[in-house]
Write a protein that binds this ligand. Structure first.
Ligand code: TMP
Ligand code: MG
Length: 349
């Protein structure tokens, strides 16, 4: 691994590791020592440090590169910037009141125990395949298409209603990271679009917005699997093409629709991608390495990728710190991203 240069940093002794160090004979020792330097350099002891951020740990492997990207994005102005975010585990907490936070799929109880069990069986079979490092991506893509089609089929066959979605969200263990609302408000004020890509279920994500935030944001679009209900509120079909983990990117942007308002109405405008056209600077937020693919389909000039590494830190930190410009550890809040966006939008630097 390339050893990051040390620059403008506090001495190592000032840094308290969030991780336990391997022994001096461990093959990973060099990685952790060099990483510790990266961590020290990147704790943002510089201008943007705020007290909330100091509580979480941040890793920036190439601070100079990050600084250059920040300067380019700031110089280009806010009219060139768009934010692309994953939903589950990125905007939402990984841990919620001491329990694992649920995903938009995971929280759904369709009011039919037999069908809930059938979907769980599919999860148990396909999820290990989704995350298996040994299956080639083409093969995985086919498997994921199979999984999503089967799950969507079970939701229809099992008689899912919109009322069951409302109840599932009300009962769910799910909450947004601290600072998400303030981030959205700031971006809305600056007219910076946010595209939320999810291979989950758009109707559930929107219901989470409604029940947890009690408001919508005119700059946010959800690109996810969208349901069609009949007049009795029963699910009859899914609209458009299926979005799964390996095709959630701006090629799927024609699926984008704004967050519904409280009464389920759409404003009907801007559903064809024009809201992000010409915005060639990207701030990407994700919690999985696959989330980096969300910017596929955009010919961007600059991209700052922020990763939330929520679990398996020791195993995954090397890959994450190489793939993402900034990595937040330990289910961090969104305040670091809030500070970053404030910097990107600042005109006084
Ligand atoms: P995303 O939130 O990163 O877009 O990915 C959606 C996740 O949903 C993915 O990791 C697999 C999971 N999933 C379920 O939990 N249940 C399901 O029925 C399906 C199809 C997916
Ligand atoms: Mg996620």
């Amino acid at each position: 691994m390339k050893l990051p240069l040390l620059r403008r940093t506090a001495p190592l002794s000032h840094w308290k590791s969030p991780l336990s160090f391997p022994s001096s004979t461990s093959p990973h020792r060099h990685f952790f020592v060099s990483l510790s330097r990266a961590v020290v350099r990147s704790l943002y002891q510089r201008r943007c440090l705020c007290s909330k951020m100091a509580m979480s740990q941040v890793v920036v492997r190439e601070p100079d590169l990050l600084d250059r990207k920040k300067a380019s994005i700031r110089n280009a102005g806010t009219s060139k910037l768009q934010v692309i975010a994953d939903f589950d585990g990125t905007l939402t907490k990984y841990w919620c009141n001491g329990a694992r936070g649920q995903t938009s799929h995971g929280l759904l109880q369709q009011g039919n125990a037999e069908y809930d069990a059938k979907r769980q069986m599919l999860y148990d079979y396909y999820h290990p395949l989704e995350i298996s490092p040994s299956i080639p991506i083409e093969e995985k893509t086919k498997l994921m298409e199979e999984w999503w089609e089967k799950t969507h089929g079970l939701l229809i066959e099992g008689g899912l209603t919109y009322d069951a979605i409302k109840k599932s969200v009300a009962d769910a263990t799910i909450s947004f990271r601290d600072g998400v609302v303030q981030l959205f408000e700031f971006l809305e004020e600056k007219d910076i679009p946010v595209v939320i890509f999810s291979a989950g279920l758009a109707d559930i994500i929107e219901e989470v917005f409604r029940q947890k935030l009690h408001r919508s944001f005119k700059n946010i679009k959800v690109v996810s699997n969208r349901m069609q209900f009949d007049e009795r509120g029963c699910l009859v079909a899914f609209k458009g093409k299926t979005i799964h983990v390996f095709n959630k990117n701006e090629h799927a942007i024609d699926m984008a629709a704004p967050i519904h308002d409280e009464f389920g109405n759409l404003d009907g405008s801007d559903v064809n991608g024009t809201f992000v056209k010409d915005r060639t600077n990207i701030l990407l937020l994700g919690d999985g390495l696959g989330d980096l693919g969300m910017s596929d389909g955009v010919s961007f000039e600059n991209r700052i990728a922020v990763g939330f590494l929520n679990s398996n830190i020791e195993k995954s930190l090397k890959d994450y710190s190489e793939a993402f410009d900034i990595v937040y550890l330990n289910d961090a809040s969104m305040w670091g991203v809030f500070n970053l966006v404030s910097e990107l939008c600042s005109t006084n630097q």
